[in-house]
Design a protein around this ligand. Structure first.
Ligand SMILES: [Cu+2]
Length: 102
């Protein structure tokens, strides 16, 4: 086997391993959705950062944060994560959350 081919194979395997690891994050079946008005965001970067923080929480299935309308929508499983935890993470990220009642 030539070196070039070997290198390509190694890189491919590394990519596959990374993809497999990402999939190892247990899938969450959401049974609740919370909507928040978020204060303190100044740009799309703030929204993206907060979204990433929320998605890190075990038990959160999805998180969408939009800067333009100051809205955060989080779906999660109530057996794995509490409302208090969600608002605490938002607060620790530097923002204020006000829950929107449906
Ligand atoms: Cu910002």
């Amino acid at each position: 086997m030539n070196m070039k081919l070997q290198l390509i194979l190694t890189l491919t395997l590394a990519c596959l391993a990374t993809a497999a690891q990402a999939k190892d994050k247990p899938t969450v079946t959401p049974n609740a959705t919370n909507r928040y008005t978020i204060s303190g965001m100044h740009c799309d970067g703030c929204a993206g950062g907060l979204k990433a923080e929320l998605k890190e929480i075990p038990g959160v299935a999805s998180a969408e944060v939009t800067f333009s309308n100051k809205l955060a929508v989080v779906t999660y499983n109530t057996n794995q994560v509490t409302k208090v935890r969600l608002t605490r993470v938002i607060k620790e990220a530097g923002f204020t959350a006000k829950e929107l009642k449906p």
